[in-house]
Design a protein around this ligand. Structure first.
Ligand SMILES: [Zn+2]
Length: 454
C-alpha cells in the first residue's frame, strides 16, 4: 500500500511542479489587479480581479465557473463539479480582494507589479489570498475535470472588508452544504513545516470617550489641579496590562492550548520585533497568541504633536480591540472589557464606553475524517509530519459555514507562511515552492478524503 501511495504522491508532485511556470504567471496577472475592496478604493480593479478569477477557473478546467451575485457587495466567483456516486463534496474557499498597499509605507517595489526574487513572488495579494485561488484551480486541474470528490468553489471578493457573503450564506445555506470546507486562506509558521490551523481567536472592540473639562484651558493657569482628559485616558488604558504585559482584564476566558509551540526566534522575525525589545506576557508563546486573550489600543483621538499647545485637553477618545479565546462568548468578553474600562476612570472623569464590533472565534470540529485526510495529504506532500496550530486572527465566515453544514469538517491550510509572507504588511510575498506543495497536498487530500471511512 505504501508503494501505491508513494506512486500517487510522486505523480501528483511531478504534475504540480510542471504546472508551476503557468501558475506563477497567472498568480502574477491576478496580483496586477489592485483589488482593494475597502470603502474609498476604486471599484474597477476589484471587478477586474473578479473577471480574471472567473477566466482563470475556466482555464484550469472549471467550465461551470460563474459569478455569484452577492446583494450589496462585490460578486463571488462560484464553480461546481458534482460528486461521483458515493463520494463526498468539498467546498473550497479563497478570496480575490486584498488589503490596501501604499508604496510610501515602505514597499521595496510597486505592490501591484509582482516581482519574483529568491523563489518568492512579491506583491500585495501574492499570499493573501490570490495564492489560495491558484492552489485551488491548479489542484483541481490535476484531475482533468474529474476529481474523486464533488467540488464547490467559492472565491469571495469582500474578505478584507465588511463582507456581504456572511448574510448570503445565512440566507442560502443549501448552496454551501458539503462534507468538508477547505479554507485556503492560512499558512504554515514557516515554509516546509506543514500545520493545520484548528482554532482561531475572536475579536471584540469598543471606544472609550473621556471628558473632564467643559473647554480647553491654559495649562499654566489651571494645570496642577484640573484633570486633563488625555492623561485620564492614558491612566485608564494603562490598566489593560499588568507590568509583564499580560492582559489585566479580570475573568476573560482562556481556551485549551493547541499542540504546536511557536518558536520564539521565528515569531520575533515575523513580527519584526526590534533587538532588545522584550516580548509581553508570560507562558508558552503558542498559548499567548492562539488560546489566550490579547488587548491593544488601535487608535487615539487627541491633539496631535504638530498642533499641540500648552492647554489642558477636555476630551480624548481611544479605540480598544480585544482578541478573545477561540471558544469564548464575545458578548461576555466584551462586557468584561467595557466594565473594566469604566471602572478604571480616575478622578471622577466622565467615561463613555461604546461597543464597535464583536465576532466569535472558531474551533474546528475535532476528530473529523477531513482532518485526518488533510494531515495525511500534507505529510505526504511536505515529506514532514503535520501538527495542529491556532491562529490569532479570526474569520467570521467560518461560524456561518458551520451553521450551513453542521456535520462538515474544516481544513484550514494555505501558502501564507507566518515567518515571511507579511500579509497585510509591506513587501507581502509568497514562497512559490510552498504554493507547489499546497497544490500537491490539496490534490492528495481529494484522493484521501474520497476514500474516507463512512
Ligand atoms: Zn485573507
Amino acid at each position: 500500500m505504501a508503494g501505491a501511495n508513494d506512486d500517487l504522491t510522486g505523480g501528483m508532485a511531478a504534475r504540480a511542479q510542471a504546472l508551476m511556470p503557468e501558475v506563477t504567471r497567472d498568480l502574477a496577472d491576478l496580483v496586477r489587479c489592485a483589488s482593494v475592496s475597502l470603502p474609498g478604493h476604486p471599484e474597477a480593479p476589484v471587478r477586474a480581479a473578479a473577471e480574471r478569477t472567473l477566466a482563470l477557473l475556466k482555464k484550469y478546467g472549471l467550465s461551470s465557473a460563474r459569478f455569484m451575485e452577492i446583494p450589496g457587495g462585490y460578486p463571488a466567483v462560484y464553480a461546481e463539479i458534482p460528486a461521483p456516486p458515493g463520494a463526498p463534496t468539498v467546498l473550497l474557499y479563497a478570496h480575490y480582494d486584498v488589503q490596501p498597499a501604499k508604496p510610501e509605507d515602505g514597499w521595496a517595489t510597486d505592490p501591484f507589479v509582482p516581482v519574483e526574487k529568491d523563489s518568492r513572488l512579491f506583491g500585495r495579494g501574492t499570499a493573501d489570498d490570490k495564492s489560495g485561488i491558484l492552489i485551488i484551480a491548479a489542484a483541481l486541474s490535476l484531475f482533468s475535470g474529474h476529481p474523486p470528490v464533488g467540488v464547490k468553489v467559492v472565491i469571495e471578493g469582500e474578505e478584507e472588508t465588511e463582507s456581504h457573503l456572511d448574510a448570503y450564506v445565512a440566507a442560502h445555506p443549501g448552496i454551501f452544504s458539503c462534507d468538508a470546507f477547505v479554507i485556503l486562506d492560512n499558512g504554515n509558521l514557516a515554509v516546509r513545516q506543514p500545520a493545520l490551523t484548528t482554532t482561531l481567536r475572536g475579536v471584540v472592540s469598543c471606544t472609550v470617550d473621556v471628558s473632564t473639562l467643559d473647554h480647553p484651558v491654559h495649562s499654566g493657569m489651571f494645570g496642577g489641579a484640573a484633570p486633563d482628559a488625555l492623561v485620564a485616558l492614558i491612566a485608564i488604558l494603562s490598566t489593560l496590562h499588568d507590568p509583564s504585559g499580560r492582559v489585566a482584564v479580570r475573568g476573560l476566558a482562556v481556551s485549551a492550548q493547541p499542540e504546536s509551540e511557536y518558536p520564539e526566534a521565528l515569531y520575533r522575525e515575523g513580527a519584526g520585533i526590534l533587538p532588545g525589545t522584550a516580548l509581553t506576557g508570560t507562558g508558552p508563546l503558542g498559548a499567548r497568541l492562539w488560546s489566550e486573550p490579547s488587548v491593544s489600543v488601535i487608535g487615539i483621538d487627541a491633539a496631535s504633536v504638530a498642533g499641540s499647545a500648552n492647554i489642558l485637553i477636555p476630551r480624548a477618545r481611544a479605540k480598544v480591540s480585544l482578541r478573545i479565546a477561540p471558544d469564548a462568548d464575545p458578548a461576555r468578553e466584551l462586557s468584561l472589557l467595557m466594565a473594566h474600562l469604566r471602572s478604571a476612570a480616575p478622578w471622577g472623569a466622565k467615561v463613555e464606553v461604546t461597543e464597535t464590533g464583536r465576532s466569535a472565534g472558531f474551533v474546528c470540529p475535532a476528530g473529523h475524517p477531513a482532518t485526518a485526510a488533510a494531515k495525511a495529504a500534507l505529510a505526504a506532500a511536505f515529506h514532514c509530519p503535520v501538527r495542529e496550530k491556532g491562529s490569532g486572527g479570526s474569520i467570521p465566515l467560518l461560524a456561518l459555514l458551520h451553521a450551513a453544514a453542521p456535520e462538515a469538517g474544516f481544513v484550514l491550510i494555505g501558502a501564507e507562511d507566518t515567518a515571511c509572507s507579511r500579509i497585510h504588511g509591506t513587501n507581502e510575498s509568497v514562497d512559490l515552492g510552498e504554493v507547489e506543495r499546497c497544490i500537491t497536498g490539496l490534490a492528495l487530500f481529494f484522493e484521501g478524503f474520497s476514500r474516507r471511512p463512512q
